[in-house]
Design a protein around this ligand. Structure first.
Ligand code: ATP
Length: 211
């Protein structure tokens, strides 16, 4: 049983027949590859906002990176599954990969809202994405479906956003690492062992990925 399952979720009434609404974290991104910055983001959100589950949702293709298609989806999914192994409250959700094409968060958020009626949906984003939020497809509708949890990212100053966006900033554990830096290090033959989980570094090495 995980630590989050042992403690009563925030808002639970002792002896109440109605469980409190589930608090679900949605974490979208390219994950090309997943790295320790991503895992620290999920951990901070879970601990600071009492999330019951965190879903890692790799995009088929980010609307903001049209010129750079990511590594093949099966490869990114396999590394994500290796990174999340043994953490029952964290799940890989491949719905955007299955949907294919450009991945729009509003579609994913609508599906979650339909599949988890009554749940509170929290969308995790790094501070680098906050300025672009108003340009996200159907941004206003999205702002009504999810609450954004912003994770500080070294080098990014906190950017406030007007209503209807609800932004909460996490304390987090800011780590200045990115997928592009990992890819550059692999290409340059530099070690990545301290920047990604061990099994992910091993799979990248053994399968000669990102060379
Ligand atoms: P790239 O370097 O290829 O642009 P990335 O490292 O930013 O990739 P993504 O998969 O695009 O990773 O990011 C998914 C989400 O995780 C985004 O919201 C991003 O801001 C956030 N994120 C990634 N790395 C960090 C980090 N070190 N600290 C905080 N947030 C992060």
């Amino acid at each position: 049983m995980s630590a989050t399952q042992q403690t009563a979720p925030a808002g639970a009434e002792p002896g109440s027949p109605h469980p409190p609404p589930a608090r679900l974290g949605l974490f979208g991104g390219s994950f090309d590859p997943v790295h320790l910055g991503h895992l620290l983001v999920a951990q901070a959100a879970q601990e600071e906002f009492g999330l019951d589950r965190v879903y890692f949702i790799p995009a088929a293709q980010s609307p903001f990176k049209p010129a750079s298609p990511p590594a093949p989806a099966p490869q990114r999914l396999r590394l994500l599954r290796l990174a999340l192994a043994g953490r029952p409250a964290w799940e890989v959700d491949d719905r955007e990969i299955r949907r294919a094409g450009v991945s729009f968060t509003i579609e994913t958020a609508r599906e979650y809202a339909a599949q988890h009626p009554g749940a509170r949906l929290f969308y995790l984003i790094g501070a680098d994405h906050v300025p672009s939020l108003p340009q996200w497809r159907e941004a206003e509708a999205l702002a009504h479906l999810v609450e954004f949890l912003v994770i500080p990212r070294p080098g990014e100053s906190p950017a406030p956003l007007p209503a209807p966006f609800q932004l909460r900033t996490l304390r987090g554990f800011p780590l200045g690492v990115s997928s592009s830096e990992i890819r550059a290090r692999v290409r340059a033959g530099r070690p990545i062992d301290l920047l990604v989980p061990g099994p992910v570094a091993e799979a990248i090495r053994n399968n000669r990925l990102y060379l």
